[in-house]
Design a protein around this ligand. Structure first.
Ligand SMILES: [Zn+2]
Length: 128
């Protein structure tokens, strides 16, 4: 059990939150152009690093807002929580690839221009 500092509510017990997998996964620009292997990679393959990992979380028993969390999986400590529309902080070699963060794309959170953070995450995940 650890503490998470919600960007809007402040520090709370981990039990108030729900993890939603790896953060900064972008839907492909043209999904129909992908091979089956490329599509399977997008849908199923996720990082599982020992060290810094960028994750999506929701404050399910609080403000119910989505955000990203940089967490050290080796020590189970949180490094930084930040809004879904914010660029990730930089930590060593485990940062999200720059192309996934900065490329102009309708679902790219760096091009996010309004709406809720949940909207940004749904678009990032290709659900909107
Ligand atoms: Zn909150």
């Amino acid at each position: 059990m650890f503490q998470i500092s919600c960007p809007w509510c402040g520090e709370r017990e981990q039990s108030e939150f729900k993890a939603a997998g790896e953060g900064h996964i972008r839907r492909p620009d043209d999904p129909a152009a992908l091979t089956d292997a490329e599509w399977a990679d997008y849908v199923f393959m996720r990082k599982n690093p020992r060290g810094v990992h960028f994750e999506r979380w929701v404050h399910i028993h609080g403000c119910r807002r989505w955000f990203h969390l940089a967490r050290d999986t080796a020590s189970d400590t949180t490094l930084k929580a930040y809004g879904a529309a914010e660029a990730p902080p930089q930590f060593g070699d485990n940062n999200p690839p720059a192309a996934e963060v900065t490329a102009a794309h309708p679902g790219d959170i760096s091009a996010y221009d309004g709406g809720s953070d949940e909207d940004a995450l749904l678009r990032e995940g290709g659900l909107r």
